[in-house]
Design a protein around this ligand. Sequence first.
Ligand code: ATP
Ligand code: MG
Length: 287
Amino acid sequence: MSEALSIPGWRHIYSGKVRDLYASEDPADTRLLVVASDRVSAFDFVLSPGIPKKGELLTSLSTWWFQQLADVPNHIAEGEIPDAVAGRAMLAMALEMLPIECVVRGYITGSGWAEYVHSGTVCGIPLPAGLKNGDRLPEPLFTPAYKAPMGEHDENITFEKVVELVGAERAAELRDTSIALYTRAAAIAEEKGLILADTKFEFGTDADGTLRLADEVLTSDSSRYWDAETWRTGATPDERMASFDKQIVRDWLASNWDKQGEPPALPEEIVERTAARYRELIERLAG
Ligand code: ATP
Ligand code: MG
């Protein structure tokens, strides 16, 4: 999946499903160059083809959100972005990443909904009976997942498990910071007629031990966004949750693939629709 580029002064060190990381060739420079590709993943598989301009859209959206949420320390570093990746890269401090996906849900759907149907809970938190897919939760919930090593699937975990992984103090800091970030971002989205249904943050620690918001933030890959008016008036879950995010891809895949072997190629129409919705989201949010 690696699409390592030759970027003067930078050396490719890692490729995730969507982003490629480069380290500086100068040993005194500890920054990372995080390059967003057009690759799209669903159910932890990288799909083909990519979504045209996705890397740029995700980078602009993430950068815009980092600015809105600047009162929480983040991983953004100063400097010049190399021409070869202009528009689709960020400079970041190299952090020690915590192996936890800090998911916050204001609405119930996706894997949260699946758990609720099965056991009436989300990440072990009991919820009121009678919720429907896409309903608003009484309050935003921290529903963490363990960030599985490459090739394995992330799994929802309880808060107690987070405490085991990172200690009680850090776990509380992750939960409280994530909920505060979600609440702030959801209010900003609401002003633009958008519902931020859920999102995932990743954090790391710097050399001083300071917790910093890292990775991408509040993009259409890491979040579910719905149109507020459509949600209010929609009769069925599908109508309510008409989304500005990767759900289009997930839904197509879920009805056209049995999750055995390689996923099928995405049809042109799905690629186009996803690209158009990503563009629409950034226009509505950041104008
Ligand atoms: P995986 O981590 O399993 O590869 P992924 O497929 O989601 O997951 P990408 O999102 O494509 O990976 O790649 C980005 C990678 O960079 C992630 O592993 C993320 O945790 C890591 N990362 C993000 N910000 C930083 C940072 N400031 N310092 C170090 N690593 C970072
Ligand atoms: Mg990622």
